[in-house]
Design a protein around this ligand. Structure first.
Ligand code: SF4
Length: 317
């Protein structure tokens, strides 16, 4: 069952006198109890797509068209107050830097208890019991005593676990995890990904993961959407993507994974375009080894190449 559907989302930035489009017809869907990973280099629009769902976009950004359907209701038609409620209780954000979500002046336990009070209506011992359960669910050891700690007494990985516990305590149906492991070392990254996987399976929580790291998602994600320069260029199931990648950009990303290294690590030549740069046709053409004349003139549409696999490349014509 689809819980979230983004349809033909277009967004741009007002840069002084000029309006610069940044997202072009973004469409994807997230199923209940599944993980969708949006992957791409920095600046490709993946975070902006996710923040559009929560309507946490910068003041200079404007969504010009599209729909964001959460359980069938268009979030773009909700009032700021309704969105505040949805952000607090239905769709939760796990940010890259957990310190942006934790208040350093209050204990982690106080912050969690406040959420339990608001969302579950529990007080006193009952609320503490729930808080301990939430900490145990995210595998924070000595859960009861850790409730008394301030954020600075938690390691980076523990802070991220506490944020996830808060999202679970408000019974969020969707977790939007924006590069949730970037600030953590490799061992802790794997632990947090494993935790997200457990939450997905055990709680039937849907997870939208934003990342630049394909290696991180390969074991856990159900579906993948690859973004480049504000467009989705490939979508596929995990199995299909890793066994049969189609788009030259996806293939280049996969070749640059350390696990695929043969003699030397391959890198993608050039840089992704900035918002101010004009590239006619396929935006990947200056970096693509397979670029043809048509690629410099027309934008390739995202089209089915098999069931549950789409790609935007003229090589498929
Ligand atoms: Fe490369 Fe052309 Fe395909 Fe773009 S459309 S990825 S330039 S082959």
């Amino acid at each position: 069952m689809t819980i979230l559907e983004v349809k033909n989302l277009n967004l741009g930035f007002q840069c002084e006198e000029v309006f610069r489009p940044a997202l072009f017809g973004i469409s994807f869907s997230l199923k209940k109890g599944e993980m969708l990973s949006i992957v791409g280099e920095s600046g490709c629009g993946k975070t902006m797509s996710a923040m559009s769902i929560l309507q946490l976009i910068p003041k200079t950004a404007k969504i010009t068209s599209g729909e964001i359907l959460f359980n069938g209701e268009n979030l773009l038609e909700k009032s700021p107050k309704e969105m505040q409620h949805i952000r607090g209780s239905k769709i939760a954000l796990i940010p890259q830097d957990p310190m942006t979500s934790l208040n350093p002046l209050y204990t982690v336990g106080d912050q969690l208890l406040e959420i339990i009070k608001i969302h579950q209506g529990l007080m006193g011992d009952e609320a503490v019991k729930k808080a301990v359960e939430a900490f145990e669910m995210v595998q924070i050891p000595a859960a009861k005593s850790r409730l008394k700690n301030y954020p600075h007494e938690f390691s980076g990985g523990m802070k991220q676990r506490a944020i996830i516990a808060m999202a679970l305590a408000c019974n969020a149906e969707i977790l939007i995890a924006d590069e949730p492991t970037t600030a953590l070392d490799v061992t802790i990254q794997a632990q947090i990904m494993h935790l997200l996987q457990e939450i997905k399976v055990n709680n039937k929580t849907s997870i939208l993961l934003i990342t630049h790291d394909l290696a991180l998602v390969s074991e856990h994600t159900d579906d993948i959407a690859v973004m480049y320069a504000g467009r989705i260029v490939e979508t596929a199931t995990n199995k299909e993507f890793f066994s049969n990648p189609n788009h030259p950009y996806s293939k280049a990303l996969l070749k640059s994974l350390p696990s695929n290294r043969t003699e030397k690590l391959e890198t993608i030549k050039g840089q992704p375009p900035t918002l101010a740069q004009t590239i006619n046709g396929c935006k990947f053409n200056p970096r693509c080894d397979y670029c043809m004349e048509i690629c410099k003139q027309e934008i390739p549409p995202l089209q089915n190449i098999s069931q549950a696999h789409k790609s935007a490349c003229f090589l498929n014509k």
